[in-house]
Design a protein around this ligand. Sequence first.
Ligand code: ADP
Ligand code: MG
Length: 271
Amino acid sequence: MSATPNRAPPRIIALANQKGGVGKTTTAINLGTALATKRRVLLIDMDPQGNASTGLGISRQDRGAGSYALLTGERPLRDLLRPTKIPNLTLLPADPELAGAEIELVGLENRERRLRDALTTQADALAGTEIILIDCPPSLGLLTLNALVAATSVLVPLQTEFFALEGVSQITRTVERVKRALNPALELEGIVLTMFDKRNNLSELVAADVRAFFGAKVYATVIPRNVRISEAPSHGLPVILYDHRSAGAQAYIDLASELLKRERRARKSAA
Ligand code: ADP
Ligand code: MG
C-alpha cells in the first residue's frame, strides 16, 4: 500500500472544539490511521494531556520533545517527528512541557503564528506528507489558535447530545474570526457526529437538527458510541488495529473514505 507521491503542500486539518470529551482525540487517531492507508499522514498532538500520543502507543515517559519544542523554537521539526506502529502515520508528540505553553507563548513574538511559521519554514522536514491532522486541546486558547492559523481547514467533532448545537457556535465563530484576522484561507472542513447512540431517539433528533443547520458540511458517516473505541487507547492502539471489525473501526474507515471523496470532488470542480 504505497502512498501517492505528492509535491503540493500538505493539507492541514485542525480537529477543534472547545468542549472536552467530544471525540477530537479519538477522531484524530482513528481518522489518521484510516487515512494512512491511502496518504502520508502526520498527526500533531497539541493537547498538553497528550492523549493522542498515548493512544498511539507512546507513553508519557518516552514522549520526549515534541510540539512544545517546535513552538518555542528549541528544536527543529526534523528531530521531533516520531514513527508510529502504523505505516505512513508519523507523530509529533505532545511533550510534558506543553502544559506551560499557553502562558509562555504570550510573551513570544508572533505568538499565534508560531506553528504556521515552523511548518512553512521547515517544510523540507515534511517532504511527502500529504495530510497533517492537529489534535487541539479543549479550549480556544493560544494552542488552538496556533492550530487554526496553521490549518487549511477545521474539522469539528460534535457529540450527539441535546446541547450539541449550542456548543458548536462558539467554535464556528472563532473560525470566522481567525479567517478574517489571521488566516483568510481557512475553511470549515466538516462536522462529524460522534458517540451516536442508535437505541436512543434523541440521537436521531439531534443529528437531524445539526444537518438542518449545517447542511452538507455534516458528514454522512456518523461515529457510533462503541465500547471498543473507548477500550483501544489503554492498549496504545487505534481501534482500527485493536478491533478492526468493530462498528467504531468501520465508522472511522468510512469517515476517511468520505473525506477523500470530498477532496476529489473539490479538486475536480476546481480544475
Ligand atoms: P476529546 O479529545 O474531545 O476530549 P476524546 O476523543 O478523548 O475526546 O473522547 C473522550 C472519551 O470518550 C475517551 O475516553 C474516549 O475513549 C471516549 N470515546 C470517544 N469516542 C467514543 C465513541 N464513539 N464511543 C465510545 N467512547 C468514545
Ligand atoms: Mg483530546
